[in-house]
Design a protein around this ligand. Structure first.
Ligand SMILES: [Zn+2]
Ligand SMILES: [Zn+2]
Length: 378
């Protein structure tokens, strides 16, 4: 069969295994070459869909994604139970660790680090946590908006200077420093794909977020009684368990992925736009949260604001990753392999001819099991 888009002779299939284009495109709308209705890491979803797991855990197939969703839901239920029981300090700890620990399990599951777990984990999650620790301690020495945590009057009477510090200076400095550990990774040349850079950036961002949360809530952790009336803590817990780590992780992921693209010789609208988007979204998240709290707005409204920012960031991650996968998978040789997404035995180059998933997004074990073929079987 001849691909309608790249004009290569390719094995029969719904998708071109060389360029990933959708063949025929009967019944589906949109551009078959860029196929934004078939996200390259998870073709059953649209690129513009603020889905958490298929975005920041891009190596996982259907089944594994499902397991991680369950684990996340169980973690959130655990936090809710601890909250209702009045065990606030325990709930804070579970909330701070939930997403970073899931990410650690994901890195192990997909073996993203290949043969060097210690170096990669140390330079991403570990490095992020170290920078998060140092930076947050410095921030709190300069100004601590959480000094009166648990006090009903907290947030009242904060100055313009404080809002600019928390809402503008801190986010910008964090976005500059947070990606550093992933960028100075000593064996980075072994991980040339943008998807690797993205995952390392997210890991560094989550390490950072964990350290930041622990420092931020250290007062509360040290001073709150183990058991107390639940109060309004559920809102802070939701930010801590879900929105804060997802914002820090995806913003750092976008920046590191953009720099990975730059190292591959690509610097376009998407990459520059990515860095700008990450910084602006972080500023909007922090500044918006601060202003809404100062205005004594409903805490639920603060969460809606944070969720909107995180949703936008996730969609940008997918947009960046989708186009990077379409470009980078196109240069793979033919091999016999099992599709990590639809589990068919296939002879393929960069994309599964049957479901269209980019095979550079396969877990390392699947990539290693590829048996090279000199030419395509049609
Ligand atoms: Zn093609
Ligand atoms: Zn497939």
């Amino acid at each position: 069969m001849r691909c309608d888009h790249c004009a290569n002779d390719v094995p029969d299939g719904v998708f071109c295994t060389r360029c990933g284009a959708h063949q025929g495109t009967t019944g589906e709308v949109g551009d078959a070459k860029n196929r934004t209705y078939r996200y390259a890491a998870h073709p059953s979803e649209h690129v513009v869909q603020p889905s958490v797991f298929t975005t920041i855990f891009p190596h996982l197939g259907h089944q594994k994604i499902h397991e991680f969703r369950w684990a996340f839901a169980v973690g959130l239920a655990g936090i809710a139970i601890l909250y209702i029981a009045g065990l606030i300090t325990a709930a804070i700890l579970v909330a701070a660790f939930l997403v970073p620990v899931l990410y650690l399990i994901y890195l192990y599951e997909a073996q993203v680090y290949r043969d060097e777990p210690a170096t990669v984990l140390g330079f991403t999650i570990g490095g992020g946590a170290l920078i998060g620790l140092v930076l947050t301690v410095i921030e709190r020495l300069v100004y601590n908006p959480y000094a009166n945590i648990g006090n009903p009057l907290r947030g009242a009477g904060i100055s313009v200077g404080a809002v600019l510090f928390v809402g503008l200076l801190v986010p910008v400095v964090q976005e500059v420093l947070k990606p550093l550990p992933a960028l100075i990774l000593p064996n980075r040349a072994d991980f040339p794909e943008t998807i690797d850079g993205l995952v390392f950036g997210i890991a560094a961002g989550l390490g950072f977020s964990l350290a930041e949360s622990l420092v931020t809530f250290s007062n509360a952790l040290a001073n709150l009684p183990a058991h107390m009336a639940p109060g309004n803590w559920i809102f802070d817990l939701a930010t801590l368990a879900v929105f804060q780590p997802l914002m820090q992780g995806s913003a750092a992921g976008i920046i590191v992925a953009a720099i990975w693209r730059y190292r591959r010789g690509r610097l376009g609208r998407r990459e520059i736009g990515g860095v700008v988007t990450a910084v602006v979204a972080h500023v909007a998240f922090a500044m918006g949260t601060q202003l809404l709290k100062n205005a004594q707005a409903s805490q639920l409204f603060v969460l809606v604001w944070q969720a909107a920012i995180v949703g936008g960031l996730l969609v940008y991650v997918r947009y960046l990753l989708h186009h990077a996968l379409l470009e980078e998978a196109a240069h793979m040789g033919y091999a016999e392999t099992v599709c990590p997404n639809c589990h068919m035995h296939i002879v393929a180059s960069g994309f599964c001819p049957s479901c269209g998933v980019a095979l550079t997004a396969a877990p390392t074990a699947v990539k290693r099991a590829r048996k090279p073929r000199s030419e395509a079987r049609t």
